[in-house]
Design a protein around this ligand. Structure first.
Ligand code: ARG
Ligand code: ZN
Length: 863
């Protein structure tokens, strides 16, 4: 069944109020839902009320207090024929949360009960019009065993509590803000909290609680600090204030995604809450800050203004990702944050855009909405809004978002509403820009520079590639989009430029003329990654070396470094370089590395960014048909050459940064980042030296960043030290699920020649379970992105992922479906492997009762 955007109809009935009563139990929860329904004046006037359900049977149905038996089921949905204008509909359902392995709806996790309703989980709790344009106020009463569930939480404010019979107690919650059912949440369990408070700029005192299982409370301070920073930042950056007296966050260890923005009751995957120096890396700390911010910012971009339908998902997700990116940039290093965000986009979104699952940031159709929580909707969605901000400038953009929040507060809005508000508020003509919402595919920009007399001409073309979207609609023809490009022209003698300018490429072919340059300038373009496009621009290596060493835009510097390496690796993989040319290019790369290593103006966090080699997935993207083994081998060869040729530099660097004591400040984090990078280059070029140093680094480590870095290097090397370190790490952190996840990931992602065997063994390890998504991802996602193992010539890597999908689908279809895209890339892989990948997809497709989630991804991938 395909759902289409153009088929949207307003609901026939509204539900202004709902009262829910939960009699809680881990394996039996009884739900009574009282819905006050009212005919929608803007609806189609139908008398039938459709209440969505999913694996539910009604225990009882009453209309205006009278039991009725003439209800009908239409598939999973409950249909009621209602005359007149308004009624009270009461429905009772019975659930078994302990048996809910999908983790959608109400489920049990380590003795606690919690919910996940976005996108369509509420229909697994009670029959309801489960669509985001039906907004209700929620009154929630819950009762349960006081010993098992001492803490009872829901959205809004707690209005009353009391004791019940037989050791039970109850609580009643009321949320005054009308919301769609995907924002409903309930949590019941034995939890402890980190309590704090925040006073908003207008003087509202908000109680903040971060709820965790006993024993975890010592690892919540960073999340609490991030939360308070988020509250403050949204007031300052977007003028958004919190609107309740209470804000609860609950950490849950069984969770399909990162976190969920339920009104006043955010539910988080533990990995985005818990941190201390001994168990969390610097990357973990950053991710917590980002996700805490993201969910908090949803209170306005998502909750106060929600989505009309799920095709509008990017309205809240793209915008909220942009907001969390800006927040993290302001909390730390904007330059480093921008580079990291681009790296994520290129690693996750570019391949999506060029594969069988390509879709616009506002999709036109879907079968299962869970499959559309993608890098395209989230990260490209953020880039699209960022471009509006770049074109408008920060002040006018802010006027646009102020207008958007003001105009649509309390509404279920569309992406078009957002664009219109920015257009009106920021005074920007976005007529053509709207194509970014409707067209899939990464625009390809080609640039040819022509310098004559004292004039530079940049001849540019853009092509938005056809996306055939096999099995889906497909978009064979595309129109040009406005592409804002920040640009600076460096004089190659003085090394300076006359200021950054913004040009907008909005035609298929366009000339840009720059006068007054007696020498051909060095062009720095798409500075700050001002547009999410791929750029082809032939130029001499020395120009890239110049930019890598001297560009005053941090992203452009990183980009020059990446280009230098990318074009070199494309050439060697293509067999297009003889020995001399290869050595010359390696020399240029080493020169650029040297400039970065010894540049006193760089901080170490930024230095670390510049030393990262382009990811294998991004390299594969550069080929129409890629040979992953060749890409891997050549990338490793370059790494080994750099490791060996610059051995002394890496050792000096490792010595220098190893002296820094642990702290969370930028300098110390930069030092830790370089520490493991130096080790990794040494491991490739001088493995004996690397091993000695890694063992010392592991033993001396007083924090997880250093310890994990050393273990990662050791896990890729042979020998008894590897086994000893892995055993030590496992024993040291026994019982800490998040750290044991790292133990699985390090091995599954390692460069060790026996990685396939290791993954098979790890799947049998007593700590492995298919029922915990974090553990499944720790083992198998790490493996699926490990090109060496996943693309093993035998095809065994594909089989491992294929087997996983088939085994996981009946347990947790949403998580299972997330693994399909790795196999779905077969058309872009060399023929022998492509056939093996395709065969694996066919084996999955042949399963008798696949979930809608996996079925959609597999059929689209097969085409
Ligand atoms: N809205 C959440 C976030 O991005 C994601 C929840 C998606 N959950 C799901 N089961 N599809 O913050
Ligand atoms: Zn979100």
């Amino acid at each position: 069944l395909i759902i289409r955007r153009q088929d949207y109809l307003p609901p026939a009935w509204l539900v202004p109020e709902i009262a829910l009563d939960f009699a809680l139990g881990l394996d039996a929860t009884h739900v009574t839902a009282k819905l006050n329904v009212r005919r929608n004046p803007d609806g189609n006037g139908a008398s039938v009320l459709r209440l969505n359900g999913d694996q539910l049977a009604p225990v009882a149905v009453r209309i205006d207090g009278q039991a009725v038996n003439d209800w009908r089921l239409d598939g999973p949905d409950l249909l009621l024929d209602l005359p007149g204008e308004a009624h009270q509909v009461t429905i009772e359902t019975q659930l078994n949360p302990a048996a809910n392995s999908q983790l959608m709806g109400l489920y049990a996790s380590h003795g606690m009960l919690c919910t996940q309703c976005e996108a369509e989980g509420f229909r697994r709790i009670t029959f309801f019009p489960d669509r985001p344009d039906v907004l209700s106020t929620y009154r929630v009463r819950m009762s349960g065993d006081k010993a098992a569930f001492p803490i009872l939480l829901s959205n809004g404010n707690c209005e009353a509590t009391g004791e019940g019979p037989d050791g039970t107690h109850w609580a009643e919650w009321y949320d005054p803000w009308p919301k769609p059912c995907y924002l409903f949440a309930l949590v019941a369990g034995d939890l402890v909290a980190n309590h704090d408070s925040f006073t908003t700029r207008s003087g509202r005192e908000v109680a903040l609680n971060i709820w965790v299982r006993k024993g975890d409370e010592g690892r919540t301070q960073h999340a609490m600090d991030s939360l308070k920073h988020s509250f403050r930042w949204d007031e300052e950056a977007f003028g958004r204030e919190y609107d309740l007296d209470l804000f609860n966050v609950v950490a849950v260890s069984d969770f399909n995604m990162g976190a969920m923005e339920n009104k006043g009751l955010n539910v988080f995957n533990t990995r985005y809450v818990l941190a201390d120096p001994d168990t969390a890396t610097d990357g973990d700390y950053d991710a917590i800050e980002g996700v805490i911010g993201h969910e908090y910012f949803h209170n306005w971009s998502g909750n106060r203004v929600t989505c009309r339908d799920w095709f509008q998902l990017s309205l809240k997700e793209g915008f909220t990702v942009l907001r969390d990116q800006m927040f993290s940039a302001d909390m730390g290093s904007p330059a480093v944050k921008r580079i990291e965000d681009v790296r994520v986009l290129r690693a996750a979104q570019f391949p999506e855009d060029s594969g069988p699952l390509a879709h616009p940031i506002r999709p036109d159709s879907y079968q299962e909405i869970s499959n559309f929580y993608t890098a395209t909707v989230y990260n490209k969605g953020a880039e699209v809004i960022r471009m509006m901000r770049t074109m408008a400038g920060p002040e006018r953009f802010r006027a646009g978002t102020d207008l958007y929040f003001d105009r649509h507060d309390g509404e279920a809005a569309t992406c078009e509403d957002f664009v219109k508000a920015i257009e009106d508020g920021a005074k920007l003509d976005l007529t053509q820009f709207r194509r970014w919402y409707s067209q899939a595919g990464t625009p390809q920009v080609s640039i040819v520079a022509d310098h004559r007399d004292d004039t530079l001409v940049l001849n540019m073309t853009q092509v938005v590639p056809a996306t055939l979207n096999h099995g889906g609609e497909g978009q064979p023809e595309k129109q040009p989009v406005p592409i804002p490009l920040k640009l600076a022209l460096f004089d190659r003698e003085t090394g300076t430029h006359r200021g950054e300018q913004l040009i907008v490429l909005d035609q298929a072919e366009q000339r840009f003329v720059f006068e007054g340059h007696s020498r051909p300038p060095i062009v720095s373009i798409n500075r700050g990654f001002s547009a999410p496009v791929a750029i082809e621009f032939e130029r001499p290596a020395k120009d890239l070396v110049f930019l890598a060493a001297k560009d005053d835009d941090a992203f452009a510097r990183y980009e020059a470094m990446q280009s230098l390496v990318v074009r070199h690796l494309i050439a060697v993989v293509g067999g297009n370089l003889d020995e001399r040319a290869r050595n010359a290019e390696r020399g240029a790369i080493a020169e650029a590395f040297g400039a970065v290593l010894f540049d006193p103006t760089l901080d170490d966090l930024m230095r670390g960014e510049l030393l990262i080699l382009p990811a294998e997935g991004y390299l594969a993207e550069q080929f129409l048909v890629a040979d992953p083994a060749a890409i891997h081998a050549e990338r490793e060869a370059l790494k080994a050459w750099l490791g060996d040729a610059m051995k002394d530099d890496w050792q000096d660097l490792h010595d220098r940064v190893s002296a820094a004591p642990y702290s969370r400040d930028a300098a110390a984090r930069g030092a830790r980042k370089l520490k493991t990078q130096a080790l990794a280059y040494l491991a490739a070029g001088a493995p004996a030296e690397a091993k000695t140093r890694a063992i010392v680094q592991y033993r001396k480590a007083d924090n997880m960043t250093d310890r994990q870095g050393a273990l990662m290097v050791l896990a890729g090397l042979d020998g008894a030290e590897r086994e000893e370190a892995l055993a030590d790490f496992h024993a040291r952190y026994a019982g800490n699920a998040l750290v044991i996840d790292k133990w699985f990931s390090l091995q599954a992602g390692s460069l060790h020649p026996k990685v396939l065997e290791h993954v098979r063994q790890l799947a049998e390890h007593p700590d492995f379970t298919m029922n915990n998504p974090n553990r499944v991802r720790a083992l198998y996602m790490a493996f699926a992105v490990n090109a060496k193992g996943f693309h093993a010539a035998s095809g065994e890597g594909y089989k491992i992922i294929g087997d996983l999908i088939r085994r996981l689908d009946p347990i947790n279809p949403q998580t299972a479906a997330r693994f399909v895209p790795s196999l779905g890339r077969w058309r872009r892989i060399e023929p022998k492997r492509a056939a093996q990948m395709r065969a694996e997809l066919e084996r999955i497709a042949a399963e008798p009762s696949l979930s809608r989630d996996v079925l959609e991804q597999v059929t689209k991938s097969l085409g």
